[in-house]
Write a new protein. Sequence first.
Length: 243
Amino acid sequence: MFKFVAFCLCLMAWPAWATPSFGIEPFKSQLAPADGQNTQIFTLTNSSDDTIAVQIHMESWSTDLNGQEQSTVDTTNFSVYPTQFALKAHSNRTVRVTWLGPMPVQTEKAFRLVAEQLPVNFNPGAPENALRFLLRYRTAFYIAPSTPRQKLVVSDFQHNINSNTLVFTLANQGNVHVMLHQPVLNLTDSSGRTHTLRDVLVRSALENNNVLSGGQRQFSIPWPKEMGDNQPKALSIDYIAGF
């Protein structure tokens, strides 16, 4: 599931006279180079009483069939300024990210801006025998194609008898990502009857899941009771696409 939350990068021996806290906006962003949108400005805010050190870098990313993310540091497609800086207490600073990659973009490219605290002590007189959390943020950052096109299809489905589940694969044949909202499955059985599945089990399995352009994701839900022993003949999905 595609979520944008801060998490603890590491827990280490470090002065805890105050735990630094910083935020970043926006969490989700998109550039459209074909429309002249080449630069995104991020704002980092330090709401703590202490100066913190921050480092910025970009990553490209993709997901496997089960939704597990694979990321690779990207050092060629962007100009990022600044990449390291001290963020004073109760202050903010902007970071400028400019697309340097190829144009035009035919298929959406998915990246993340990663902002992380560094273990730098700006208060040498503080206590030394305590713990501090270092925060790390990963935002969603897309480079949009000149002509966006969505096409999400069910490429495979089956009744898994062993687990008594409906297992299906969604394939994104469009050129932009699809964030699923209010998903509805239309399942046709072997007798030709179509069952509309929109209950909490469908939503919990699919809601807010992200299928990247050219990617595939596999999902499963408990076998619908209304299907009985009938075998699935066809399966399609309706949804509202979010960003």
